[in-house]
Design a protein around this ligand. Structure first.
Ligand code: UD1
Ligand code: CA
Length: 458
C-alpha cells in the first residue's frame, strides 16, 4: 500500500516563536494540515510525521490521526526519513511519498500525476519539481537523458549548476523497498555536513535504477515560509486563490479589503461579501445573501437570501430570508428559522428561533426554544443558569414577550402568551394567558420641588 512520510522536524528560528514551523497557520490551518489533506486527497492515508523541535506540540495537534516518529537530532532530510524506516518496513510493497511539512501548497492532483509518471516509467524515485524565476537556495535538478542524474544543493553547486532553474520541491515518490536501501547509502560529506535525502537520486542512478522528475507548471507548490514575512506572503497567496475561485463561481466582491475566507468554505452564486468579513471552517452560504461588512462566521450554514450585517456567528444554522444584525452574536447550537429577524445587541446561544419571529434588540436568549411569529421585546433575558445547572426556556408560537421580561428557567410559555413589560416569569404560563408581575406604582407628587428647597441642594 502507498504511504507518506512528512518531514516536520524544523524549528523555524526566524519565526521567533516556540513552536514547530509546520504548525504555523496559513489561512486558518497549520501548514502541516495542508500537507496532510493533500496526501489524503491523493488517496494516501497511511502517514508518518517526523517530528523534532517541540515534537510534543505536533502530537498534541495530530491526536491519533497520524503516526509520528521523533528525530532527536536534526542531521538533515535524509536522516529525518531514516527515523521512519520501521514504518516503511511494515509494508514494502508499494510506493512512499516524502513531503515537507512546511510547504503547504503541494496539491493532490500534482501528487497523483507524479505517481502515474513514477509507475509508468518504472522509476525507483521521482522528484516533483518546478521552474523558478529565482532558484536561489533550492536544490537544482540535474537532467540527463529522459531522467535525472542528481540534485545539487545551493551550497554545493557549481556556477553552471546554479544556472539551472528547475528546482526540487522537497516532495518525492519512492518505491518503498528501494528507499530503504538508498537510505543505507547516505553520507554527510557535503557543505552542510548533513544527510541529504536528495543524494538518494545519485545512489539510485549509480545502482542502475531509474530516477525521474515530474515538473509541475505551478511554482506555488514549492512556496514555504522561513520567517513571518514569508508566512504573510503564503497567507496572501492562499487568500487570493480562494477569492479568485469564488469570483469564478459567481460570488460578488466590491472590495476584498479585510476579507479572509478559508478554503473549505462554500458560497452560492449571487451572494455578496462585503469588506472586513472573515469566514472560517466548514461554513456553507447559499445564494443571494449579503454578508458583511465586518462579520465573522465559523462552521455555520446560511441558506439563501440571508442578510448578515456586522455580526458574528459560530456553529449555527441560519435559514432562508433571515435578517441578522447589526451587532448580533449567535453562539453554537443555534438555529434561526426562515424569515426571522435578529436585531442589534442580541446574543443567542444554543437556541431554536421559530419562523418569522422577531428579536429586534437588546436581548439574551440562551438554551431556549421559541416558536414561530413571536415577538421578543427589548431587554428580554432568559435566565438559564442558576449558578449550578443550565435549564431551558420554551416560548410558544404567536407569543408577545414584553420589554424587560426575565424568564427564570426552566419555564414554559404556551402559545399566544403575553408577558407585561418588566415581568419576571417564575412558573409556566398556559396558552393565551397574560403574565404580569408588577408592584403597585407609587407617585410622590411635588417631590422634586421639596428636594430643591432643602438648603444643601441649593
Ligand atoms: C530541501 C532540499 C532541497 C529542496 C528544498 C525545498 C535537501 C538536502 N534539500 O532543502 O533540495 O529544494 O528542501 O524546500 O533535502 N527537516 C527535518 N529534519 C532535518 C532537516 C529537515 O525534519 O534534520 C525537515 C524540515 O522541517 C522541512 C524539510 O525537512 O520541513 C526540509 O528541510 P529544510 O531544512 O527546509 O531543507 P532545505 O535546506 O530547504
Ligand atoms: Ca526549506
Amino acid at each position: 500500500m502507498n504511504k507518506a512520510v512528512i518531514l516536520a522536524g524544523g524549528q523555524g528560528k526566524r519565526m521567533k516563536a516556540d513552536m514547530p514551523k509546520p504548525l504555523f497557520k496559513v489561512l486558518g490551518e497549520p501548514m502541516l494540515e495542508w500537507v496532510i489533506t493533500a496526501c489524503q486527497g491523493a488517496g494516501v492515508e497511511d502517514i508518518c510525521v517526523v517530528k523534532g523541535f517541540k515534537g510534543e506540540m505536533i502530537d498534541e495537534y495530530l491526536g491519533d490521526r497520524c503516526r509520528t516518529v521523533l528525530q532527536a537530532e536534526r542531521l538533515g532530510t535524509g536522516h529525518a526519513v531514516m527515523q521512519a524506516v520501521p514504518f516503511l518496513e511494515e509494508d514494502t510493497e508499494g510506493d512512499t511519498l516524502v513531503l515537507c511539512g512546511d510547504a503547504p501548497f503541494i496539491d493532490s492532483k500534482t501528487i497523483g500525476e507524479a505517481l502515474v509518471l513514477h509507475q509508468q516509467n518504472g522509476n525507483a524515485v521521482t522528484v516533483i519539481t518546478a521552474e523558478l524565476e529565482d532558484p536561489f537556495g533550492y536544490g537544482r535538478v540535474i537532467r540527463s537523458g529522459s531522467g535525472i542524474s542528481g540534485i545539487v544543493e545551493q551550497k554545493d553547486a557549481t556556477d553552471e549548476q546554479k544556472a539551472v532553474r528547475e528546482v526540487n520541491s522537497g516532495c518525492y515518490w519512492f518505491r518503498t523497498a528501494d528507499l530503504i536501501e538508498f537510505l543505507k547509502g547516505l553520507k554527510n560529506d557535503n557543505a552542510q555536513k548533513e544527510y541529504y535525502l536528495t543524494d538518494t537520486v545519485g545512489i539510485a542512478v549509480a545502482s542502475g535504477k531509474k530516477a525521474g522528475a515530474y515538473k509541475s507548471s505551478d511554482p506555488a507548490i514549492i512556496k514555504g515560509a522561513n520567517d513571518r514575512k514569508d508566512l504573510l506572503e503564503l497567507n496572501t497567496y492562499a487568500r487570493m486563490a480562494v477569492i479568485d475561485k469564488l469570483l469564478a463561481e459567481g460570488v460578488g466582491f466590491v472590495c476584498t479589503d479585510g476579507v479572509i475566507i478559508e478554503r473549505n468554505v462554500e458560497i452560492g452564486a449571487g451572494t455578496e461579501i462585503l469588506p472586513g468579513t472573515i469566514i472560517k471552517g466548514w461554513t456553507t452560504i447559499g445564494e443571494g445573501c449579503v454578508v458583511g461588512p465586518n462579520s465573522v462566521l465559523e462552521n455555520c450554514t446560511l441558506c439563501d437570501n440571508v442578510t448578515f450585517n456586522s455580526s458574528q456567528a459560530s456553529g449555527s444554522v441560519i435559514e432562508s430570508g433571515v435578517n441578522v444584525g447589526p451587532f448580533v452574536h449567535i453562539r453554537p447550537g443555534s438555529r434561526i428559522r426562515s424569515g426571522a429577524k435578529i436585531g442589534d445587541f442580541v446574543e443567542i446561544k444554543n437556541s431554536d428561533i421559530g419562523e418569522k419571529t422577531a428579536i429586534a434588540h437588546l436581548a439574551y436568549i440562551g438554551d431556549s426554544d421559541i416558536g414561530k411569529k413571536s415577538n421578543i421585546g427589548a431587554g428580554t433575558v432568559t435566565v438559564n443558569f442558576d449558578g449550578v445547572a443550565k435549564s431551558r426556556c420554551v416560548i410558544g408560537d404567536y407569543s408577545f414577550v414584553g420589554s424587560n421580561t426575565s424568564l427564570i428557567a426552566p419555564v414554559k410559555l404556551g402559545k399566544g402568551v403575553y408577558t407585561a413589560a418588566g415581568t419576571t416569569v417564575t412558573r409556566d404560563v398556559p396558552d393565551y394567558a397574560l403574565a404580569i408581575d408588577r408592584g403597585e406604582l407609587k407617585i410622590n407628587e411635588g417631590y422634586t420641588l421639596r428636594k430643591m428647597k432643602k438648603p444643601q441642594n441649593k
